[in-house]
Write a new protein. Structure first.
Length: 384
């Protein structure tokens, strides 16, 4: 796999503009024929986190999926689309995500079958959907967003959606540290590497993503590449991060996946500086993902010292109970009209923040972290 990543400007989600941008991003890589052969069976894997309308910027926009479908049409009609959204296990719930996200409508208009990841197959110890292996090609269509646990969710993190239904909760519980979960994600990436990655970066997300607690940020781009690690490293650079700062990219590099050096990546479509954000706000909890590798006992002690605590903002909370349903540690309950956290059980996986449809879950920092942030900002001001 070569280390080429294409970046193409796309100002909005107008159908024609998106189709032109996606086609150009893939053309720069050598054309769709390089990745898909005639009559092959293709699975499209968007990022459908939850039942959010397209304008919310939480899920892969349906027009990007449409553009990929139309790019494939001259080669094959054996196109399928599916995902296993966050903590949604029941078929009726997944169906609601498909409908509200706009993916169902697009697939109906383009004659593509929507599939449900209802059965699992153990691959490397993980319950993954057989669809990822029964199709000849897997095209990964993630959304460019921040993530409280892994800093960035894009090509590699989107593959966590190959884990079927509520099995994701157990994996979160068994792997409570960002580095542990990153190893799982890279395991899945190794088990089924996408043949092509096409990223919806037209409207991205910064801050406390990847759900409604994040803040939309116009990046105006489509990114594409055959190597998901390379694409993620370029996106990290656009966030003004070191390419290896994202724990999934760092773990992949440790295993010899992707490029050995950031300089080995060839960027097509224009200079990186033309696409780099002036600033990009990271999640409050991203400090945990940037901790160095250390023994579990020390990691737990440091995590406790840093004392990041999720809480429900009463003015936004609708008491829908999705946070409690999503919690793998069963640390959340609804009691007397309030959301209550059992701090002794919380593993700080931030699943609650990820799935809350109202942006009601926030993370509090202790005084030590606030002081660190103040010192960092003061240092930046002094250098100007």
């Amino acid at each position: 796999m070569d280390h080429k990543v294409s970046l193409v400007r796309c100002r909005n989600y107008d159908t024609a503009q998106v189709q032109t941008a996606v086609a150009e991003a893939v053309r720069l890589l050598g054309g769709i024929e390089r990745f898909v052969k005639p009559k092959e069976k293709v699975l499209l894997k968007p990022n459908l986190l939850t039942d959010a309308a397209p304008e919310k910027g939480v899920d892969t926009h349906p027009e990007v999926v449409r553009a990929v479908i139309r790019l494939l049409r001259p080669l094959t009609t054996n196109i399928f689309c599916g995902d296993s959204p966050s903590v949604w296990g029941e078929k009726k719930d997944v169906g609601r995500v498909y409908e509200v996200s706009g993916i169902k409508k697009i697939c109906e208009e383009e004659g593509v079958e929507l599939v449900y990841f209802s059965r699992s197959r153990l691959v490397g110890g993980y319950p993954l959907t057989p669809w990822a292996f029964s199709c000849d090609r897997l095209i990964n269509i993630p959304k460019f967003k921040t993530h409280g646990f892994t800093i960035l969710t894009a090509c590699l993190k989107n593959l966590f959606g190959l884990v079927v239904g509520m099995h994701k909760m157990k994996i979160h519980f068994d792997h409570p540290r960002a580095l542990d979960l990153s190893r799982v994600i890279v395991d899945i990436y190794e088990a089924r590497r996408p043949d092509l990655n096409i990223v919806d970066g037209i409207t991205a997300m910064e801050g406390d993503g990847p759900g409604s607690a994040g803040t939309l940020k116009h990046m105006g781009l489509v990114a594409a590449g055959g190597d998901g690690v390379c694409v993620d490293m370029i996106l990290a650079h656009l966030m003004r991060l070191d390419g290896f700062a994202v724990p999934t990219s760092r773990e992949a590099s440790r295993r010899g996946l992707g490029p050995g050096r950031f300089q080995d990546i060839e960027v097509l479509g224009g200079p990186l500086g033309d696409f780099t954000a002036e600033s990009f706000r990271l999640p409050k909890a991203s400090i945990l993902a940037r901790l160095p590798r250390m023994p579990k006992a020390l990691s737990r002690l440091l995590t406790a010292f840093l004392s990041l605590k999720p809480y429900a903002e009463a003015s936004h909370c609708k008491l829908c109970g999705i946070c409690a349903k999503s919690c793998p540690a069963e640390a959340i309950r609804l009691d007397a009209g309030r959301v209550r956290f059992r701090r002794s059980r919380c593993i700080l996986c931030l699943c609650c923040q990820e799935v809350c449809p109202h942006g009601a879950i926030d993370v509090r920092k202790n005084s030590f972290l606030k002081l660190l942030k103040w010192c960092k900002n003061a240092g930046k001001r002094a250098r100007r």
